[in-house]
Design a protein around this ligand. Structure first.
Ligand code: ASP
Ligand code: MG
Length: 409
């Protein structure tokens, strides 16, 4: 007998039939003697519909507090429906909104962070044999305002609940059957990974693999929650992927575990910058002041008193960043500001890189053999990222996938 937190995403509760399916799956765990706490998302498409309504009535400028009032309704529907579906097959169940639990968050509307979770009511219900169903994606701040956790936030609700309840496992049921070596829509040879370490998952999530909200992975790492991604559409969950902790790993490490690509990138170059203290701050400080997130950054070693800067920003911020830098350019005496928003960041990720040399050079050789030009490179302990022209996304991902032996046999 175990205490399990299960999270079902929007597709998994997207119709009456699917909700009934989820109820039957929960009933099976209950019948085995497990205690089950369930977190659900809104029905698929519902949150988008609510966002569109809010945008329409507010001229695309919804008040953040009221936005959360609207957004939180999606999950309130699915918790109630799932509780009814369970009741109708003889399983006692009780639903809770985020504030009923309560899930306390800060006041950052539409992107709030969870501070504490009160588990008193949940434990009482579990003791009485009930399945407890909690609305994902939502909480309440210290002033009693409804908050939401950002798109995909139900993953984080589930992991946070699992941490608070000290659950034996947190199972994320979704419309894919696990974490893949890369996006199977781009590389048909991609394989499902039985296991991946938390560190690798964190990199893949931050690099644009959309299986889990990145905050949920961070949470799982911090509180050491045993996390598993499974399919809600297959009988046994499709095998799934277990996210493990490195210390627990006995298996032989592969060098590269996965390949991610992120098209939400634009490159900016500032050339002919006087090479003196404070310049990086003047360039990147101006960008940061406009709340634009900078990703890859390169500054060259100066020559003849000047140097060059390159960095990447999210594509939506590209035009704005160019404008800001054209102003800064006059101020600091740079010669040119230019950029390109048709680029993609392709990354290889693997813990094995720590102990294997030549991983980066294999990557560069593989791309060179296809005539793909590398514009920027960045590395960390367990990843190498390159910025290349967007039109090479599929080709680069495919050749790297096979160069690192990830293709299924
Ligand atoms: N319903 C919210 C969304 O669509 C939260 C979630 O599904 O995790 O982003
Ligand atoms: Mg999701």
């Amino acid at each position: 007998m175990a205490l399990i937190v299960q999270k079902y995403g929007g597709t998994s509760v997207g119709s009456v039939e699917r909700i009934q399916n989820v109820a039957r799956r929960i009933a099976k765990f209950k019948a085995q003697g497990d205690d089950v706490v369930v977190v659900v998302s809104a029905m698929s498409g519902e949150t988008n519909r609510l966002v569109a309504l809010a945008d329409a009535v507010s001229g695309n400028n919804p008040n953040p507090r009221e936005m959360d009032v609207v957004l939180a309704t999606g999950e309130q529907v699915t918790i109630g429906l799932l509780a009814m579906a369970l009741n109708s097959i003889g399983v006692p169940a009780k639903s809770y909104t985020g504030w009923q639990v309560s899930v306390k968050t800060n006041s950052a509307h539409t992107k709030a962070r969870i501070d504490t979770i009160d588990d008193t009511a949940i434990h009482k219900d579990l003791k009485e044999g009930k399945v407890v169903i909690v609305a994902g994606f939502q909480g309440i701040d210290a002033e009693g305002n409804i908050t939401t956790l950002g798109r995909g936030g139900s993953d984080t609700s589930a992991v946070a609940l699992a941490a608070a309840l000290k659950a034996d496992e947190c199972q994320i049921y979704t419309d894919v059957d696990g974490v893949y070596t890369t996006d199977p829509r781009v590389v048909p040879e991609a394989r499902r990974l039985d296991k991946i370490t938390f560190e690798e998952m964190l990199e893949l999530a931050s690099l644009g693999s959309k299986v889990l909200q990145i905050r949920s992975v961070e949470f799982a790492g911090k509180y050491r929650v045993r996390l598993r991604v499974l399919s809600s559409l297959e009988e046994d969950g499709g095998g799934g992927t277990l996210i493990t902790f490195e210390e627990d790993e006995q298996m032989e490490r592969v060098v590269v575990s996965g390949i991610a690509f992120d098209k939400n990138q634009a490159r900016i170059n500032v050339r002919g910058v006087p090479d003196k203290p404070g310049i990086a701050y003047q360039i990147l400080g101006a960008v940061a002041d406009a709340n634009i997130e900078v990703d890859m950054i390169i500054q060259n070693v100066g020559a003849e008193g000047t140097t060059d800067f390159s960095f990447t920003v999210p594509r939506v911020d590209y035009k704005n960043a160019l404008e800001i830098l054209n102003q800064v350019k006059e101020h600091i005496g740079a010669t040119e500001v230019s950029g390109d928003d048709t680029v993609v960041k392709v990354s290889i990720v693997g813990l094995g890189m720590r102990s294997h040399v030549g991983v980066a050079s294999t990557m560069f050789r593989t791309l060179a053999e296809e005539g793909i030009n590398i514009q920027m490179i960045s590395t960390s302990e367990i990843k190498v990222s390159v910025l290349i022209a967007e039109k090479y996304t599929e080709l680069a991902t495919r050749v790297l996938h096979s160069a690192f032996g990830l293709d299924k046999v």
